[in-house]
Design a protein around this ligand. Structure first.
Ligand SMILES: [Zn+2]
Length: 140
């Protein structure tokens, strides 16, 4: 499986860097964003390293989409947000900060700022708790 040695998401996939993990399947890994914009801000990443949508295979993108649907339903069940942003950025100009293909799922409340990255790092115990709450809501 293709990986990039200086990529933080590849390190998380390999278990070489910590993350608050929610679930995984053959092609994807799901964990909490370290700089959340809202409670429940989750990332779905490909296990294989692709820099962006242009490098990623259709199969990898389909797997991220299917997993994003599962996570979206779990977030809705757990937090009942007013809205949910599902966002995927390609290139710095588009707001991509980690150059490994990934999808953001961000519960939104009415009037909340539409930012992609929070200013402060969340505490690991808080993220672990949120990851467990989402995992408990996975129904399929
Ligand atoms: Zn990577």
């Amino acid at each position: 499986m293709h990986r990039k040695d200086d990529c933080i998401f590849c390190k998380i996939v390999a278990g070489e860097a910590p993350s608050a993990q929610v679930t995984e399947d053959e092609r994807t890994l799901v964990f909490m964003d370290l700089f959340p914009v809202s409670e429940g801000h989750t990332l779905v990443v490909t296990k294989e390293h692709f820099e962006n949508v242009f490098e990623a295979t259709p199969e990898a993108i389909a797997a991220v989409g299917a997993m994003s649907k599962r996570i979206a339903d779990a977030l809705k069940a757990e937090w009942e947000p007013d809205g949910l942003s599902v966002y995927q950025a390609n290139g710095a100009a588009a707001g991509q900060t980690v150059f490994h293909y990934h999808m953001h799922l961000m519960p939104r409340d009415a009037g909340s700022a539409l930012t992609l990255q929070g200013r402060t790092q969340a505490a690991s115990d808080v993220l672990a708790d949120q990851a467990a709450r989402i995992a408990a809501r996975l129904v399929h």
